[in-house]
Design a protein around this ligand. Structure first.
Ligand SMILES: [Zn+2]
Ligand SMILES: [Zn+2]
Length: 349
């Protein structure tokens, strides 16, 4: 079969690899869509300490079961179209015992510890199949849209901290696909106002196509903070989500947060410089709560799968480019140029 093999920094080679052979408990998927994640771009451009090459990347996939040696208790059969909850937790560490399997101390992850979805076929590990990690698609929602279940579940995990409701005014830093997913979730949960903040350019302009109240250009002189205060009648936003890798956004979040506001730092800063100098007096006097989040729990993933199938999620506007496997690195160029939201690979093209 054909696979896009990550062989090291700036090197992904599309070549023939041996067809996967199933062991007991495993399932073989024919991949129909695999969305490209910002983390794939980072691994390709800079390497990744936890992903020694060679490895087939791609953890946001949807495919059809073409062969199954699943255990008897697993309700998965040939012909089922599925998406995968990619976390394989140990089940025994303290976070796992508390139900926080996403922050398991020794978790294994699809496309990190096992080959992922940038290939014609992908073998699903027995431990994941047995745990019910393959979730059936019960509608005719297109596979590229279903592939958004993984990143959407991560955003839903973060929203579990924020508990957005009818009274909330929400600001999101970052107009990439993840920022837009956060804005969409805020709106669906009843937020009164949703603002997007990002550097001026095509992505910020593109964000206007989604159901947001204002798209505010981030400027070096900080005028975007004044604009948010003006838009909120001087109160600031009750919820601020940083969905970009900018320390300045994390710093600004503290300033534009309202009294008693909640701030979520979604996604990290570059590992070479992961520090942001916050005015912590603002946390103190405004009684601000700051949370972080990583990955997702099975319940978040299931909620994402249901949401995308509900038709209330703008997946069609989020997946902007379809590419065949042998042109997959073009996705990284599009991402670098800010010229796409989600590129998606279809190995059948
Ligand atoms: Zn991802
Ligand atoms: Zn664990």
């Amino acid at each position: 079969m054909k696979a896009a093999v990550y062989e090291g920094q700036e090197t992904i080679v599309v070549r023939d690899v041996p067809d996967p052979v199933l062991e007991d408990g495993e399932v073989l998927l024919k991949i129909e869509a695999c969305c490209v994640c910002g983390s794939d771009r980072r691994t390709y451009r800079h390497g990744h300490a936890s992903i020694p090459p060679p490895r087939v990347l791609g953890h946001e996939f949807c495919g059809t079961v073409v062969e199954s040696r699943a255990a008897d208790h697993v309700d998965i059969k040939v012909g089922d179209r599925v998406v995968m909850y990619i976390v394989m937790p140990c089940g025994a560490c303290q976070p796992c015992r508390e139900g926080k399997v996403n922050i398991c101390l020794t978790r294994k992850t699809m496309a990190y510890h096992f080959d992922g979805g940038y290939a014609e076929y992908t073998k699903i590990p027995a431990v994941a199949v047995s745990a019910g990690s393959l979730v059936k698609v019960e509608s005719d929602t297109p596979s590229p849209h279903m592939a958004l279940s993984e990143p959407t579940g991560c955003a839903i995990n973060a929203h579990g901290h924020l508990k957005i409701g009818l009274k909330d005014t929400v600001a999101v830093f970052g107009a990439g696909p993840v920022g837009i997913i956060h804005a969409v979730l805020a709106r669906l949960q009843g937020a009164q106002k949703v603002f997007m903040l990002a550097h001026p350019g095509s992505r910020l302009t593109g964000a206007e196509a989604f159901d947001v109240d204002a798209c505010v250009a981030v400027t070096d002189d900080g005028s975007h903070k004044e604009e948010i205060m003006r838009l909120t009648g001087g109160a600031g936003c009750s919820v601020v989500i940083s969905a970009c890798n900018s320390a300045q956004a994390q710093i600004d979040a503290v300033e534009i947060a309202a009294r008693s506001g909640r701030i979520e730092y979604f996604g990290g800063l570059p590992k070479s410089n992961p520090t942001a100098a916050l005015n912590t007096n603002l946390l103190h006097y405004k009684e601000i709560t700051v949370t972080g989040s990583f990955s997702e729990k099975m319940s978040d993933f299931q909620a994402a799968v249901a949401l995308i199938q509900s038709g209330r999620f703008p997946a069609d506007k989020l997946v902007t480019h379809m590419l065949p496997l042998d042109r997959m690195t073009e996705a990284f160029d599009l991402m670098d140029a800010g010229a796409c939201l989600k590129p998606c690979i279809d190995p059948r093209l």
